[in-house]
Design a protein around this ligand. Sequence first.
Ligand code: URA
Length: 249
Amino acid sequence: MAKVPTSRIDRLLSSMGYGSRAEMARMAKAGGITLDGADLTDVSQRIPLTPDLPARLSIDGAPLDPLPGLVILLHKPLGMTCSHKEEGPLVHDLLPKRWRARDPAISTVGRLDKQTSGLLLLTDDGDLLHRIISPRRHIRKTYRARLARPLKGTEAATFASGTLMLEGEEKPLAPADLTVISETEALLTVTEGRYHQVRRMFAATGNHVEALHRESLGGLTLPADLAPGKWTLLDAAGIASIFTGEGGN
Ligand code: URA
């Protein structure tokens, strides 16, 4: 069985954004930290990082935040950006403020454009992040697109061909699957994550995407009851379902 890692309590809390190690020592002295209901005064002691720790350790009367290794499923609203380099409000602003100071940092798993809504994952687990975005894994992403012009009827064959070249690129796109919903609405499933890929694919067929929403990623679907701007944490089964039905190895 794998050995459970341990951490000094002050170091753990500091890396989770609660404050400096000195601040953690002061908070403990003032009775602000409890373990299993009893005041914890020595924050230099090591503690096993077991999954039940957030329920056992309380900070200022509230349960400890999720431990490192968290995976967040966010319903990204329109108008928020994934990258700190872009202008405008950030998806990170939707998470508790303290989490911005977490180390390892929480990053988006790939990106959605500012004007794309839908399922977005964020995590502090770098290995997991790379497994999800690795082109070798061919994780399926399904987008609902509303189009400016009626579909011609040839788009599904074009997208499935594996020969479509996007402007300025040298490698054709992998085959993608189009399901027509109406003359101006379709679901498109892609296994790559190229820049503005869906918008550029429809542009290559002479159309224009007016609205774009990601409905699913791998075996995960955006929960119908998760409103825009809201998020939930994935458990181990949820994380595993990202990789269900993947086309690659
Ligand atoms: N394709 C796009 O064009 N935009 C996104 O946000 C995601 C996929």
